[in-house]
Design a protein around this ligand. Structure first.
Ligand code: CP
Ligand code: NVA
Length: 312
């Protein structure tokens, strides 16, 4: 595996090894220090980021390297240089590229032209790095993931897509509740269900939030409006999602020891009440921290694979 563009590109075994490695490298950061010594990793972000950017910059430092952060306006892409030329040239300097873009197709094109690993740090359609942090958080909390039930109550886009793929790889059960017009992509759902056939996972898409929440071991939500969404639709989204807010009443339908997840940034009073988000069963800060540990493990895994498998 050269790149990490979608969670579904991992095998169940690789996912499990990656989460194990994240824990090992958190406990003993010195074990990764040599991986990037004297080398760079470029972060190219078209959208804002707190967790993913700071995690990757810190992860590169933990692996002994140096991160170069750039935005759209910094590179010649702003003046029309192609993604392919940027990728080919960029592969001559850096050991890996981490991209956050609007269109998923752009990271796919970049990765196809690059000769070094490319990591998707969020597109409108996928956020695979987020799913690693999510699954590590739940595994740390429960000890194992298989057969646990998570209610995804919120928009069915990037974070949801990657979580579904990851949860199916881990043999989990996910119940997605969204207004039908914001449901997850049908192809992503079909792919996730295919994965589930081999792992014992299960995926249901429902309309009513209570149907997803009832008895769930965890409830997960995301902001109603994403960075890639048309801001003119914000009011319509707010109206459509109003009854999907995770408040004490909805959270109360989940299992008594259920936990709460949110990828952040969060908007208290919109998709989640402050009482749930800041409550004692909220794992959101651990989830945010785990971006770092999984980023270290992911970079290490891709770079070690590259060293063993390529002519570099
Ligand atoms: N969860 C997440 O990816 O956050 P950022 O947008 O701050 O990176
Ligand atoms: N769905 C959100 C996730 C942010 C981490 C967005 O794309 O803006």
């Amino acid at each position: 595996m050269k790149d990490f563009l979608r969670t579904a590109s991992l095998s169940p075994e690789d996912l499990s090894l990656l989460l194990d490695r994240a824990v090992d490298l958190e406990r003993d950061p010195d074990r990764g220090r040599a991986v990037l010594r004297g080398e760079t990793v470029v972060l190219y972000f078209e959208k804002p980021s707190t967790r993913t950017r700071l995690s990757f910059e810190t992860a590169v430092a933990r692996l002994g390297g140096h991160a170069i952060f750039t935005t759209t306006s910094d590179l010649q892409t702003a003046r029309g240089e192609t993604l392919e030329d940027t990728a080919r040239v960029g592969s001559r300097y850096a050991r890996a590229w981490v991209l956050r873009t609007y269109r998923h197709e752009h990271v796919v094109r970049f990765a196809a032209a690059a000769t070094v690993p490319v990591i998707n740090a969020l597109t409108n359609d996928h956020h695979p790095c987020q799913s690693l942090a999510d699954l590590l958080t739940l595994r740390q909390h429960w000890g194992s993931l298989a057969r646990r039930t998570v209610a995804w109550i919120g928009p069915g886009n990037n974070v949801a897509h990657s979580f579904l793929e990851g949860a199916m790889l881990a043999g989990m059960r996910v119940r997605v509740a969204t207004p039908p017009e914001y449901a997850p992509d049908v192809e992503v759902v079909a792919d996730a269900r295919d994965i589930a056939k081999a792992t014992g996972g299960a995926l249901d898409v429902v309309e009513h939030p209570a149907d997803a929440a009832r008895g769930a071991d965890a409830i997960y939500t995301d902001a109603w409006t994403s960075m890639g969404d048309d801001p003119r639709e914000t009011d319509a989204r707010r109206a459509a999602f109003e009854r999907y807010r995770i408040d004490d009443r909805l959270f109360g339908l989940a299992a008594p020891d259920a936990v709460f997840l949110h990828c952040m940034p969060a908007y208290r009073g919109a998709e989640v009440s402050a009482s749930v988000f800041d409550g004692r069963r909220s794992l959101v800060l651990q989830q945010a921290e785990n971006h770092l540990h999984t980023s270290v493990a992911l970079l290490e895994m891709l770079l070690r694979t590259e060293l063993s498998g390529s002519a570099r």
